[in-house]
Design a protein around this ligand. Structure first.
Ligand SMILES: *Cc1c(COP(=O)(O)O)cnc(C)c1O
Length: 370
């Protein structure tokens, strides 16, 4: 297929619209090149890297306005490792997992570990969302704040089930892009390669006192827990601003740059307004168009950070994505397993709202000329 050459005046200043790994701002990369030498290639057991971990933990706490007694913990392996760590060290007997896309489904699969009671899985069709319901004997209620595979976001509200039951939120693509109240969750975990504009490989979690109690209690029980997946180990190391084994120092550095940028601009409220400005531009364009519609039918469920747009069958969305890619406007393809005639666009906080408006002009131009 030949592509449509986009006129330079329509091109976004930065053509990265992927949902993860996602755009890292040039200023962060410049800072890494200029002063990364002070930490990259140095011992993670010495002050410079430990101070960096400490600063990241402090700034995450500031961004999320940590309630009394909450702590930020960190470990290696990204959010996928956290799912297994949770199966070993956070779920006591049984989880309830809301599944409305790939990522919620992956945690449900991890929660089906043989030492636990089979999870109570509440499934909803892609493009809609499931709702938690208090069930006796469930001690972890889990769902994604933002389901990256479909562009559905769900509110964060504590489930008042059995005493001590924990609300555990996968915030990988939401953290830093959607405002919320952390007091409504016990565990809010994420990897930093999405709104937090860094690279992959680490997981972070804001944990409540009840979650810390749970982690301590399970660790003290006779359950077998591998060292690498031990949340107790992560908790103890995090308090010393360390990780069990070597962390990706550049990921920490880039994250710290992003956090100071976000906090200096106004923190989570500012970020939330910015992602809404970008995503609203796309949703309004699709609503007004005769050939495109927002995939998520209920406006209340539409994600402000991952926008999914379905196209009329007379148009092959994959040709639009391919043509955009040939112009350096990349990663607008839909989630690979969703299999829809769709474009998916990240409107994370690092992405300029002006660039989103340029992207819309690029799509219109491509469609007219394809
Ligand atoms: C990207 C993503 C993940 C996976 O993160 P990894 O760090 O690659 O394991 C998990 N959950 C959600 C909601 C995501 O968007």
């Amino acid at each position: 297929m030949s592509h449509v050459a986009l006129p330079p005046n329509l091109l976004p200043a930065d053509g990265r619209f992927g949902c993860g790994p996602s755009k890292i701002r040039p200023a962060q990369l410049k800072a890494l090149a200029q002063s990364g030498w002070s930490v990259l290639g140095t011992s993670h057991r010495q002050a410079p890297v430990k101070n960096l971990v400490g600063s990241v933990r402090e700034h995450l706490g500031e961004l999320f306005t940590l309630p009394e007694g909450y702590e930020i913990i960190v470990g290696n392996g990204g959010s996928t490792a956290f799912w297994d760590a949770a199966a070993f060290g956070l779920i006591e007997h049984r989880a309830q997992n809301l599944v409305f896309g790939e990522f919620g489904g992956k945690f449900a699969a991890a929660a089906a570990a043989p030492w636990l009671t089979a999870p109570d899985v509440r499934k909803a069709e892609p493009g809609t969302r499931a709702v938690a319901e208090a069930v006796e004997g469930v001690d972890v209620y889990a769902w994604p704040h933002n389901e990256t595979s479909t562009g559905v976001s769900a509110p964060i509200a504590r489930v008042h089930g059995d005493e001590g039951a924990l609300t555990v939120i996968d915030a990988t693509s939401a953290a830093g892009g959607i405002d919320f109240s952390l007091a409504e969750a016990d565990v809010y975990y994420f990897a930093p390669q999405k709104n937090l504009g860094s690279d992959g490989g680490l997981w972070f979690a804001a944990v409540s006192p009840a979650a810390i109690d749970r982690i301590e209690r399970i660790a003290a029980s006779d359950r077998y827990i591998p060292e690498f997946l031990s949340l107790k180990n992560a908790l103890d190391n995090s308090r010393l601003n360390q990780t069990l084994n070597t962390p990706a120092v550049s990921t920490l550095f880039l994250l710290e740059e992003q956090l100071t940028w976000m906090l200096s601009n106004g923190g989570l409220a500012w970020a939330d307004a910015r992602t809404h400005e970008s995503s609203d531009a796309l949703y309004e364009w699709a609503e007004a168009s005769s050939f495109a519609t927002p995939f998520v039918a209920n406006p209340a469920d539409r994600s402000p950070v991952v926008v999914t747009i379905d196209f009329d069958e007379s148009i092959d969305a994959s040709n639009i994505a391919k043509s955009l890619r040939a112009n350096g406007v990349v990663d607008t393809e839909p989630y690979r397993k969703l299999g829809r005639n769709q474009l998916r666009v990240a409107t994370f906080v690092s992405i300029e709202p002006d660039d989103v408006r340029q992207l819309i002009r690029c799509i219109d131009y491509t469609l007219k000329n394809l």
